[in-house]
Ligand binder design. Structure first.
Ligand code: PTJ
Length: 248
């Protein structure tokens, strides 16, 4: 699935690989066709960021790792784009932090839910939540309100990649700590997040895992310090500056 007919030395290799994975996700019935449009939007921001993890995004990834490690019940929310782009990487992050994986879709159908859960299992996930849908996020009238009561419903920290702003706001109102991966620092979800991670999901998820492994033996004081030192406003303006003044 990850094979594309382009050498790794090609300057656009990562972008072409990403497109290939999203396209394949649509073919497998995992990614919605709207996911193709979302990816195109994300790519434009990534291009302006220089297709790299900025220092500020790396700090956000470390803060996200610290949040996940000190959480009572961390959950990684998975949609059709995340499942197509980083299935194995999400399983690794769940392993490194003890987080649950939960499928949560904007364009929810029973078939897509099952296929994404199967896809995650094929990539090593032991348990996948989201199929019971016996909980609700108050104040949302679309399909993303449906959650597992013992999953996102019970979580204190939720990682939400490529989120829509409505649910991000609703989760924040429930008092949950939200870690958002979104290449657009001006999006409502990035603006609402406790930790906005302005980076491509294909770099951000392995980046958070690397920090989590590095912090595995850290004391709770050290994790608290990393969380307290992180400033979301500084992270958002650094990302916006990088986009506006990027030297391409
Ligand atoms: O699988 P579903 O049904 O849950 O639907 C998922 C999508 C992504 C289609 C749905 O949530 C959606 O339409 O999202 P939006 O409103 O288009 O927002 C997606 C956000 O993610 C945008 O701000 C993009 O800039 C950003 N984005 C897109 N691709 C990436 C990304 N951020 C990080 N990494 C990416 N690869």
């Amino acid at each position: 699935m990850d094979e594309i007919d382009v050498p790794e030395s090609h300057p656009r290799y990562e972008s072409l690989l990403t497109r290939h994975r999203i396209e394949h996700g649509v073919d497998l019935g995992i990614t919605s066709r709207q996911g193709l449009i979302a990816q195109g939007r994300g790519e434009a921001y990534d291009y302006l960021l220089g297709e790299r993890t900025t220092e500020s995004a790396d700090r956000a990834e470390r803060a996200a790792a610290a949040h996940l490690l000190r959480a009572d019940h961390p959950v990684l929310s998975v949609n059709g784009n995340a499942a197509a782009l980083v299935p194995g990487e999400l399983v690794d992050l769940a392993d490194a932090t003890g987080a649950d994986l939960e499928v949560n879709l904007f364009n929810r159908t029973a078939e897509r839910m099952e296929r994404i859960a199967d896809h995650l299992r094929e990539h090593g996930a032991e348990a996948v939540k989201g199929l019971q849908a016996d909980g609700r996020i108050p104040g949302l009238d679309h399909e993303r309100a449906k959650v597992d009561a013992d999953g996102i419903g019970d979580a204190d920290v939720v990682l939400v990649p490529l989120e829509d702003g409505d649910r991000a706001e609703a989760l924040a109102e429930m008092g949950k700590t939200e870690l958002v991966i979104d290449l657009n620092p001006l999006s409502r979800s990035a603006q609402t997040a406790t930790v906005p991670i302005v980076d491509n999901i294909i770099r951000a998820v392995p980046g958070i895992t690397e920090h989590a492994r590095d912090l595995q033996g850290a004391s709770s004081d050290e994790l608290d310090r990393i969380v307290d030192d992180f400033d979301r406003e500084t992270a958002l303006s650094a990302a916006e500056d990088a986009i506006r003044s990027g030297d391409l």
